[in-house]
Every structure is written in C-alpha cells, then in structure tokens.
Write a protein that binds this ligand. Structure first.
Ligand code: PLP
Length: 372
C-alpha cells in the first residue's frame, strides 16, 4: 500500500472537504499509537482479560470427514463475533484522540453490539445507525444495544439495510466531527480505515497460523472466510499472505458478490469493486445474512482479486442454510449465517488441509433460520 492509502487502483479518500482534517488526525493518531508499545500492550491486555483471546482452533472431524478441517473460533469471542477486535482497538484509539462520542453503522447488529459494548466499558456516548429491515431481522441485537446504553437510530430510506445505515453514520460524523469518532465496522471506507481495521483484525491470522502449525506441524493448504465488507477475511488472510503456498479463498453471498460481479466504483468514501449497473448506479445486494448484505467490499480485497493472490466465489442462501444446519448437527457448533457461506464451499475443495474463519455464532440468526 502507498501512503495515500491505495491498493493498486482501489482505496483512497473520496470524501467531502470537511472530513479531510478528521481523517488526517485519525491517520496520525493511528501511526502514533502503532509506534507506541503501550498501545499494543493495552490491546493485548483487553483482548486477554475482556474479550477472551486467544480464541481456540477446533478440529471439525464430522463436517467434512475426508479433510483435515479446522475452525478458528471467533464465535467464542466476547459478544459472539470477530467484530469486537476492531471495536476495542478503535475505542482505545478514540480515547487517545479525546473523542467522547462514537457513531457506528450496523447490519447484522454484531458491529453495533461490539461498539455498544466497548462504549459501555469506556464510558463513551454511543449512537448506532441501523436499517429498519435489519432491526426486524436482528431483534435480539437491537435489544442488546439498548441494554448496553447505546441509542439505536432506525434508518428508513432505500432498502433499509447496511448501505443506508452507513450513509447515515457518515452524515452524522460530518455534522459532529469535532467531538465524534466514526467507528466503522469493516475494512471499508476512506483511508486510513481499511488499514486500521485490517491491522486490528490481523490478530485472527497471527493466532490461527501459530495454532495450525501447532496442531498439524504445517500450514493449511487453503484458508477460507466469508466476505461481507471483508474484515474477518482480511484479518485471517493477513496471517498467511506471505506464505505463497497457502491459497486464500473468500466466499461472498451469491447475490451480494461485490467481487464476483462488481465493477470499479466509489462507495462510502473509497474506490473498490461495487455492485453497480451499466450506468454506474449502485445496485442493491441481497443476502439472507444481514452481515453480507452490502454492495461494496474493502479495497484490499479488490486488489487481492486482481493480483490473483486471493480467489473469491459465491454461496447462495440455500447453500448457507444447509451448511448452518450441518455444522450444528455434526459438530455441535451453531455458526452465524455469514460464516455458513464459507462452510458451504468447504466440502468440494481440492485441498485437504483447510482452515475456516468461523467469524461468529448463530444465536442472532435463529429466528431467520426457523422461518425458512
Ligand atoms: C459482520 C459479520 C461478517 C461480515 O463482515 P466482514 O467485515 O466481512 O467480516 C461476517 N461474519 C459475522 C459473524 C459478522 O458479524
């Protein structure tokens, strides 16, 4: 990556002038924090004592019995998904920047819950924007956020899902930029967000690489993760990106395949691969899992796709539901619908040694699954 926050032709900053000073401040605050050993020490301590790191690596023997399949158990992280790694790190960063108010967007509600959790922990004011449709699909997470003291603001325009919630959060940030940190939930948005989120999620890759070596005495042949905005995938990929022999495979929702069927375009402050029509209009994504229901993706993934370092495929709602049911019955683990997309592609892989990022647990999805 260059200093301008570019990943090949992707990334950058496509924002109104009013946000440039805030992004510059965030960028220099982030670089100062990274250079400060006490920042990493604080994150390590919070990870261990508050979040439950390291998360285990579990051998799944029955789900794909002809493989040596391992699951990185981010579902066991506090609040039930990998999102807390990012929320904790950005909250510590916001405190260093003396911002006492946090705004966030949420789709599945997992990022909203993670953000409300860290705001409760640090005594920060918290406003979470969420599409009305997602509030309906993810009711328990809305109730959790309220209990944690966050204000959940319904977004009632467009498809009433993550894209619109993100636009509203950015609008709030523009209005309140002096006091407010925008705690973005994935490796998307203007520079330096994609880099910050990737580095905060890279703990998944560091841990799982060491754990896999410990278990098998060698590296996996393929690392598989679901891709919504792309943060759990970029976090686990980060541990293996320099290992040329390890294939990286991202799985998108088939009808939200920003990488599989998108075009280069600007969405929410950065250039990436975006679902759009022939006129360049952003088109709507669809997925049964709210966390994948987004027409954009982090710019680094677009670059990894173009360079050939990572491959991206799709899984349908029906395939994800089947994988959800199978993992539950065969392994005693109820996955979130998002990583069920990654699991849906595992059995047909040519490779035998497989590592999957189990990005979150499925409790939040029970109503949706039972309604099918
Ligand atoms: C939010 C979410 C995702 C999708 O987000 P990424 O940034 O692509 O990781 C995937 N899995 C779970 C459990 C989530 O909550």
């Amino acid at each position: 990556m260059t200093s301008a926050g570019l990943y090949g032709a992707y990334g950058g900053r496509y924002v109104p002038e009013t946000l440039v000073p805030a992004l510059d401040e965030l960028d220099s605050g982030w670089r100062a924090a990274r250079a400060d050993a006490s920042f990493q020490a604080e994150l390590d301590e919070l990870g261990r004592t508050f979040a439950g790191r390291p998360t285990p690596l579990t051998r799944a023997e029955r789900y794909a019995s002809d493989k040596r399949l391992y699951l990185k158990r981010e579902d066991l992280l506090h609040t039930g998904a990998h999102k807390l790694n990012n929320a904790l790190g950005q909250a510590v960063l916001a405190r260093r920047l003396s911002k006492r108010r946090i705004v966030a967007e949420t789709g599945a509600g997992q990022h909203g819950v993670a953000t409300a959790t860290v705001c409760a922990r640090f005594g920060l004011e918290c406003v979470v924007y969420m599409g009305e449709e997602d509030m309906r699909r993810q009711r328990p997470n809305v109730e959790r956020m309220n209990l944690l003291g966050a204000e959940v603001r319904p977004v009632e325009f467009g498809k009433r899902t993550l894209k619109e919630a993100t636009s509203e959060a950015i609008r709030d940030w523009i209005t309140n930029v002096e006091t407010t940190h925008y705690l973005i939930g994935s490796c998307v948005g203007p520079s330096p967000y994609p880099e910050i989120v990737r580095e905060l999620q890279a703990v998944i890759g560091r841990e799982s690489r060491a754990q896999f070596l410990q278990a098998e005495g060698r590296l996996p042949e393929v690392v598989v993760a679901c891709v919504g905005g792309g943060s759990n995938a970029i976090g686990i990929f980060a541990g293996f990106i320099d290992d040329a022999g390890v294939r990286l495979l991202g799985v998108e929702a088939a009808d939200a395949a920003s990488l599989g069927s998108g075009n280069a375009a600007v969405l929410h402050g950065a250039r990436s691969s975006v679902l759009s029509d022939a006129d360049g209009q952003i088109t709507d994504a669809h997925s049964i899992s709210a966390g994948l229901d987004y027409p954009g993706v982090g710019p680094e993934h677009a670059w990894l796709r173009d360079s050939g370092r990572a491959d991206y495929v799709g899984a349908t709602d029906a395939e994800a539901l089947a994988a959800f049911r199978d993992l539950t019955r065969l392994e005693g683990i109820i996955p979130a619908l998002e990583p069920a997309h990654a699991l849906a592609r595992v059995r047909e892989l040519d490779e035998e040694l497989v590592l999957v990022c189990l990005s979150g647990r499925g409790d939040k999805d029970l109503a949706e699954v039972l309604a099918q």
